[in-house]
Design a protein around this ligand. Structure first.
Ligand SMILES: [Zn+2]
Length: 330
């Protein structure tokens, strides 16, 4: 099915073949060079361990050619799944702090963006996110790259990383600046912490969508507010189980969120790291919600409507989904 991906991370989308190629370019890295051993390396004990492994992969992105290669390969893997439009969450600071000049980093991702659209028709856009664990200086650097060097493909501003001990509200000045520059606000919240962080994201950071946000189930009044204001959650079922944010698929709060009328989209987060892909996430969501083909197509349409793609592009992509469904149920 043609579709849009709204919550997928740049480095976290590196498939084993891409990570192995990057590790081979940098033999001093602890990341295994062999795709088989990599699969084992990507089995997480808990959220903290996941972050540790993630950062060791981030450390493989050391020069502009690494960035370009990674971005193009991520785009290719998305296109292989018939993703037609993706908002890729990019964390420029983690690369610029490893010595890549901001301008060279932006040039590399933009080169890959233009090339993959030409080669495969995939429309890629960027969400620049603050790695929350690096605090306010990293927020300042991210905001500067987003607002002063603004690349053409940039549509939104985010906040990721561990949530516990990293309050959302402290990042308000940086979100205010990004919003004033016309960027959309899309912070992570309520993934590994609680519903309070979702409220902070909505009130202090003026979130237009929330990354994960699954802990809203603990605050019915907040769910009602998100439903009324039409603030969607970006749901990534396998990621939540893999990071132990939820105990199991059976215990996933998606059915409660859907029943409360909170808008949501289905996404893959860091697919190769979690042994999943966007198609599998749709099937899992379909099982959790008891959906047939028409229901799955409606999930795909929701993601398009909640995206920051221009109106003409949204209309086109919804029409592609409709055409696919017509052929599917014939
Ligand atoms: Zn995420």
């Amino acid at each position: 099915m043609p579709k849009a991906e709204l919550h997928v991370h740049h480095v976290g989308s590196a498939a084993p073949h891409t990570v192995a190629a990057l590790a081979a370019r940098h033999p001093d890295s602890p990341v295994p060079k062999d795709p088989q051993a990599l699969a084992e390396y990507f089995t997480f004990r808990d959220f903290a361990h996941f972050i540790e492994v993630y950062i060791s992969v981030v450390d493989l992105i050391r020069d502009p050619e690494d960035v370009r290669l990674l971005t193009y390969e991520v785009g290719r893997d998305l296109a292989d799944r018939n993703v037609r439009y993706a908002e890729l969450t990019v964390t420029p600071v983690t690369s610029t702090r490893r010595g890549i000049a901001p301008e060279a980093f932006l040039e590399a991702i933009e080169d890959a963006r233009v090339t993959i659209e030409r080669d495969r028709g995939l429309v890629l856009r960027w969400c620049f996110d603050i790695p929350g664990e690096l605090g306010l200086p990293a927020a300042e650097e991210t905001a500067r790259m987003a607002c002063e060097l603004r690349p053409e493909g940039l549509v939104s501003f985010g906040l990721g990383g561990p949530e516990i001990g990293v309050g959302r509200a402290q990042f308000k000045p940086f979100f205010d600046r990004a919003i004033a520059e016309g960027l959309h606000s899309v912070p992570h919240a309520g993934e590994s912490s609680d519903a309070t962080s979702v409220r902070e994201a909505v009130e202090a950071l003026r979130a237009e969508r929330i990354g994960h946000g699954i802990r809203v189930v603990d605050d019915p009044a907040l769910m009602e507010e998100l439903a009324e204001r039409g603030i969607p959650l970006e749901i990534c079922p396998t990621s939540n189980v893999a990071t132990r944010s939820v105990p199991s698929f059976a215990g996933h709060p998606l059915p409660t969120i859907a029943a409360a009328g909170v808008p949501f989209s289905i996404n893959s987060d860091d697919p190769p790291m979690f042994g999943t892909d966007i198609d599998r996430e749709y099937l899992i969501a379909g099982e959790l919600l008891g959906l047939d083909e028409a229901g799955l197509a409606e999930l795909a349409r929701s993601a398009v409507r909640q995206s920051f793609l221009d109106p003409a592009g949204r209309t086109r992509l919804v029409a592609e989904i409709d055409a696919h469904l017509a052929g599917w149920i014939r």
